[in-house]
Design a protein around this ligand. Structure first.
Ligand code: BES
Ligand code: MN
Ligand code: ZN
Length: 496
């Protein structure tokens, strides 16, 4: 979809979206259209519930010279922040596509009380519009035209279009990165398996990212036995994807990003029930977000040192699969009793994290994984669970999340939880005896692989990687949660 910024025209034509403040306060464009129509908009508002409150919209048809006119409530000026602006853009696109519009002009009048300039609002509206205008339809051969996204162009009219364009140029690299991740996460597992995932990540080399891929033979030599134990029941080869972007100060230790990339999770010998198992194609959402974030960070030439390690496997049951009760030695030297082969995320991550710390000595390590169903019980689909040994890092993550609308909630850790994964026969087991505190015991397992002095955060994104309902800036399906969060974390805290 093409986005253009223009000055506010004297007269309006075609499909228009215009802003209304709280209490039915028509702003510039809406006011002009209302006047030209002898108070038509006032009458339209009077015969509806629309008051201009945040999130409301009202469609008005039949205005002379106009196609569809969408009035958008922005509520109180001080509530109009970047997120609200992005949601407005998404709302417009969803409506325009549903109606089969091919173009729309969005008029951004000055909104009193907002901390954003009209140019900034315009840029965020455009970003939200693009993020919503995504569709994964490569496997549809019989789509009717009305099923496709019809919108091909959006014009954002604002006083000071040059400022808007500059602001948009800073925001827009996120679009490609988010779509790259959504594509990865949406792919079915027969198409996207570890080797194919790694192949697609190689594309980042064009941006100057160093991409290195370790296969099973190399991992075996190094001793990533616990990771390999997860993949050994699959005919697809496991991969360790290692990416580095060292564009910061020479003496600055890197920030490490770690991703869970289970391209399909059957549960292994601890087989999952059939209902809903197809969802487990997106059990690589953590790795998908990490690759998208690296694409964004490198794409905008961030002045930071960032490394990424993604553990890519397929968790399958077969004659060679890991059995419940097997004991395996991890890269760290610690031994793990694998009680439940469906708790595989923590197994691949423990070796990936250790490898990363040995190789790169990071100052901070942020890991993303669709780790536990239990986190969905706790937090639903509103927030990812945040587990960390470091309050400053937690606060940086929460701050970044609030700014991009990828929210987090900090969860507890502690020695009494940690005890629950002590094993009778090995250093630890991969699950506790009951299901109680399942997300926390999973995090405790990971924490046993954090080296002294490393600020570590684990984000359990099981409830966030996929949206069965969709939202203002994301259609149903893969969300790419984490891409903008990680980029913002780096931009605001680790760039000089
Ligand atoms: N990938 C799943 C977690 C998951 C569940 C993600 C639902 C997204 C939606 C993970 O590998 C898993 O199977 N976890 C088990 C852990 C249990 C065996 C301790 C779970 O949550 O049931
Ligand atoms: Mn599992
Ligand atoms: Zn899993």
């Amino acid at each position: 979809m093409k986005v253009e910024f223009s000055a506010i025209p004297k007269a309006f034509s075609g499909n228009v979206a215009a802003l209304v403040g709280g209490d039915k306060q028509l702003l510039g464009a809406a006011q002009a259209i209302d006047k030209a129509g002898s108070g038509a908009l006032g009458r339209a508002m009077a015969s509806s519930r629309f008051t201009g409150a945040k999130g409301q919209s009202l469609m008005v048809l039949g205005q002379a010279g106009l196609g569809r006119l969408m009035l958008l409530g922005v509520g109180k000026g001080r509530d109009l922040d970047a997120r609200t602006a992005e949601n407005l853009g998404g709302q417009i696109v969803a409506d325009a596509n549903a109606a089969g519009q091919t173009s729309v002009t969005v008029v951004i009048d000055a909104v009193k009380g907002s901390r954003l300039t009209p140019g900034q609002i315009a840029a965020h509206v455009a970003l939200g519009a693009q993020l919503r205008n995504y569709r994964f339809d490569k496997y549809k051969t019989k789509d009717k035209p009305e099923q496709k996204n019809s919108l091909t162009a959006i014009t954002v009219a604002v006083a000071g279009p040059a400022e808007a364009r500059r602001a948009y140029d800073r925001l827009s690299p996120a679009i490609d990165a988010v779509f790259f991740t959504r594509d990865l996460v949406s792919e079915p597992a027969n198409e996207l398996y570890p080797v194919e995932f790694a192949r697609r990540a190689k594309e980042l080399a064009k941006l100057g990212v160093k991409v290195q891929i370790l296969g099973e033979a190399e991992m075996k030599k190094l001793g990533l036995n616990v990771l390999l134990a997860v993949g050994q029941g699959s005919s697809r080869e496991s991969q360790l994807l290692v990416m580095t972007w060292m564009n910061g100060p020479k003496n600055q230790k890197p920030v490490a990003l770690i991703g869970k990339g289970v391209c399909f999770d059957t549960g292994g010998i601890s087989l999952k029930p059939a209902g809903g198992m197809e969802d487990m194609k997106w059990d690589m959402g953590g790795a998908g977000a990490v690759v998208g974030a690296m694409k964004l960070i490198a794409g905008r030439k961030a002045k930071a040192n960032v490394v990424a390690v993604c553990a890519l496997v397929e968790n399958m049951p077969d004659g060679n699969a890991t059995r419940p009760g097997d004991v395996v030695k991890s890269l760290s030297g610690q031994t793990v009793e694998i009680i439940n082969t469906d708790a595989e995320g923590r197994l691949i991550l423990c070796d990936a994290m250790w490898y990363c710390q040995e190789k790169f000595k990071p100052q901070a390590m942020v890991e993303l994984s669709t780790l536990t169903g239990a986190i969905i019980i706790s937090l639903g689909h509103e927030r990812a669970g945040l587990f960390s040994n470091d309050t400053p890092l937690s606060n940086k993550l929460r701050g970044a999340g609030a700014l991009v609308g990828e929210k987090l909630w900090r969860m507890p850790l502690g020695p009494n939880y940690d005890k629950l994964i002590d094993s009778e026969i090995a250093d630890m087991k991969n699950v506790s005896n009951g299901r109680d505190g399942g997300s926390i015991t999973a995090a405790q397992f990971l924490q046993r692989f954090v080296q002294p002095g490393v600020a570590w955060a684990h984000l359990d994104i099981a409830g966030m990687a996929w949206s069965s309902k969709g939202n203002a800036t994301c259609p149903k399906g893969a969300t790419a949660y984490g891409v903008r969060l990680l980029d913002r974390l780096i931009a605001d805290n680790y760039e000089k």
